[in-house]
Design a protein around this ligand. Structure first.
Ligand code: F6R
Length: 365
């Protein structure tokens, strides 16, 4: 059932254009308006919430980092985010004015489920983003926004992440539009951009060969740093997790602006740095961060939108993604990082679909 692919992970990476298309399409009518189909988020309810809490683990938590950014930006409501294992033991400030969003591919992650129960006890409204229909998280939520990724078999999550992002964009847009804080033109611009993602993602996937060549240069490394700003910092965490969990390379992600507050001490001659610079708004800032590591001898793989060629001067290798609005780049930029992790793990002879010490769903504490 790997359909000709060597591993489920690679098959699932390639299923992302379809997963994104399905997740979007099932929620959009012919006029591009979001259909909630039974999910209860009326204007009155939205006006009553004074906070959103996003809770998840691992890759789903990384999707949540993007969710926080877009919900705050579009729906103009404060968003807190936490990993489930911290949230549940912290006596978090949650009440009946809180919209609690749990994100889970399997819907069976014990910490996420326990966090959800804790939030429910405190009176929060529970909306979950889940891939497995009828799973525990889905059953215990007030409402479920399903991802249409299809079954994810590889332990390393790929298509679950990108489809979770689509749900979060739709939730943010719906909230902002319904509350009247997102204008028609902005709303439709986002919808058009989202609809264009599956085709743009196919362009990214077409660069597989080129990414594999970069992997061949890098696979013997034992240490990698991922850096990025804004949405790119969230994607850096995900790229770093992907790499470490299947290749066992010691990989670390940090918001680029934080580098100089300590971590830059570790950058020396030939240290590998993967620098995400997809945000037009922050591009110049990222170029100076790249320069900082370059000046200490780092070997830099840059990742940018295709019109931002300036990055070539600062990087040893560059991977491009198609032009798109800054806010939706995570849907495109994560994919080269997934492929890079896959190719590196493969070259290192790792058991990609079943990495050591990991289980697909973590039902222990
Ligand atoms: C990483 C990965 C894990 C999961 C995490 C949450 O590739 O797969 O980090 O994302 O264990 O799992 P779910 O989403 O099933 O709650």
């Amino acid at each position: 059932e790997k359909e000709g692919y060597d591993h489920f992970m690679l098959k699932e990476i390639h299923e992302q254009p379809k997963g994104i298309y399905e997740t979007l399409n099932r929620r959009l009518d012919d006029n591009g308006m979001i259909k909630l189909d039974g999910i209860s988020l009326t204007k009155e309810e939205l006006d009553r919430f004074n906070k959103v809490y996003i809770v998840a683990c691992g890759t789903a938590y990384h999707a949540g980092l993007v969710g926080k950014f877009v919900i705050e930006k579009l729906a103009k409501i404060p968003v807190e985010i936490d990993v489930a294992s911290e949230f549940r033991y912290r006596d978090p400030f949650v009440d009946d004015k809180t919209l609690f969003i749990a994100i889970s591919q399997s819907g069976e992650t014990l910490d996420t489920l326990a966090a959800l129960r804790e939030a429910k006890n405190k009176g929060a409204r529970i909306l979950s983003i889940v891939n497995v229909v009828g799973s525990s998280v889905a059953r215990e939520s007030d409402d479920v926004f399903y991802t249409w990724a299809g079954p994810e078999i590889a332990v390393a999550s790929t298509k679950a992440y990108t489809t979770q992002l689509v749900c979060l964009y739709l939730i943010a847009l719906y909230m902002g539009y319904t509350k009247g804080v997102v204008e028609d033109a902005t709303y439709h611009k986002y919808i058009e951009e989202l609809k264009a993602v599956p085709d743009k993602l196919r362009e990214v996937l077409a660069q597989e060969e080129q990414i594999r060549n970069i992997a061949k240069e890098l696979y013997k490394r034992e240490q990698v740093f991922f850096i990025g700003r804004g949405l790119d910092s969230g994607v850096s965490y995900e790229g770093s997790l992907k790499l470490k969990e299947i290749s066992y390379i010691n990989s670390f992600a940090i918001a680029a602006g934080e580098l100089k507050h300590g971590t830059i001490a570790l950058i020396e001659q030939d240290t590998l740095v993967i620098a995400l610079a997809t945000q037009d708004r922050l591009f110049e800032k990222m170029l100076s961060n790249i320069q900082e590591v370059k000046a200490r001898g780092a070997y830099v793989i840059g990742l940018a939108k295709e019109n931002n060629r300036e990055i070539e001067k600062q990087s040893n290798r560059v991977i491009y993604i198609p032009e798109c609005m800054d806010e939706i780049t995570p849907l495109l930029s994560v994919v080269p990082l997934q492929i890079l992790a896959y190719d590196i793990a493969k070259l290192r002879g790792c058991d990609i679909d079943k990495p050591k010490n990991l289980a697909k769903s973590v039902t222990v504490e």
